[in-house]
Design a protein. Structure first.
Length: 281
């Protein structure tokens, strides 16, 4: 058995273990892939993890996003993962899955699990329509623009401000992402004197699923602008995407959790097993 690094160049070889959305992420700076290849040259397993907080003053953490293969392969992948995250100075690892068998497997590797509601909240276009009705704006202010109408300089200046304030949303590699990595016509921005001071940025994955990745605003009108951004993006989603489109909002902090509870009352994430392991020596 051979264990190799998986990158965007060879990710398709592991398509039996890594879906197309995750394959795309392997081109990003904080994603790592480990693959297992048998003696006949066949791919037989994969592990993908994402480093978190690696460029901040906080300690680096890791979120395992994929672990697939036979029990033997998964065990060896986890051994190699442990070595790798030690080299990356990771202090804690996380894993979340609806697969109870997988949680039992990782418990033998030192993870502690608890059953809970997933942080990822699946949102339908029907719910988006309700938001559009609730937040209906007769005439959207001129300072609310789609990302496509924001210059690269304006975009980069806002991203620099986000990084300075330590606000990266769900994209630790925000500093490395070009403007067109996000959905240009449904992502919304607020401008003040030609400077971006608020954004709601979405990414469309290869599967067609949309992910809300950054929602933040600065300045005295921040709260008002955030409401405009939601209303504008909701309307643009309805205009540009089919009814079966799914949107994922990850409730990664208290603010997002409270907001989604208000906007999507009664919508729940699936039941999952959430686990963590201390990596600090």
């Amino acid at each position: 058995m051979e264990y190799i690094e998986i990158t965007c160049d060879n990710a398709e070889d592991f398509s039996a273990f890594i879906d197309e959305d995750m394959q795309e992420n392997l081109d990003r700076v904080f994603f790592r892939g480990l693959g297992a290849v048998d003696d006949a040259g066949q791919t037989v397993g994969a592990l993908v993890y994402e480093l978190k907080d690696s460029e901040s003053e906080d300690d680096t953490r890791s979120r395992i996003r994929v672990l697939s293969g036979s029990d033997e392969v998964k065990e060896e992948l986890m051994t190699r993962y442990t070595e790798d995250v030690s080299d990356e100075d990771v202090i804690e690892s996380f894993y979340e899955s609806s697969d109870e068998v997988m949680s039992k497997t990782l418990e033998s590797d030192g993870f502690s699990f608890a059953q809970s509601e997933a942080l990822d909240l699946p949102v339908t276009m029907e719910s988006i329509q309700k938001i559009a009705n609730m937040l209906k704006v007769n005439k959207m202010p001129d300072f609310i623009k789609p990302l496509s109408e924001v210059s690269i300089l304006q975009y980069r200046s806002f991203i620099k401000n986000c990084l300075f304030k330590g606000n990266r949303g769900l994209v630790d590699d925000l500093a490395y992402l070009p403007k067109n990595w996000f959905e240009m016509d449904v992502s919304s921005c607020a401008l003040d004197k030609d400077e971006v001071n608020a954004v709601l940025l979405l990414k469309r994955a290869p599967s067609g699923v949309l992910y809300v990745l950054l929602y933040t605003a600065f300045g005295p009108d921040a709260k008002k602008n955030l409401s405009f951004l939601i209303a504008n993006t909701a309307q643009k989603l309805l205009e540009n995407y089919p009814p079966e489109t799914k949107i994922i909002i990850r409730r990664h902090n208290e603010m997002v959790t409270k907001l989604t509870a208000k906007l999507f009352a009664g919508v729940k994430g699936e039941t999952v097993f959430s686990g963590s392991r201390n990596e600090a020596s």
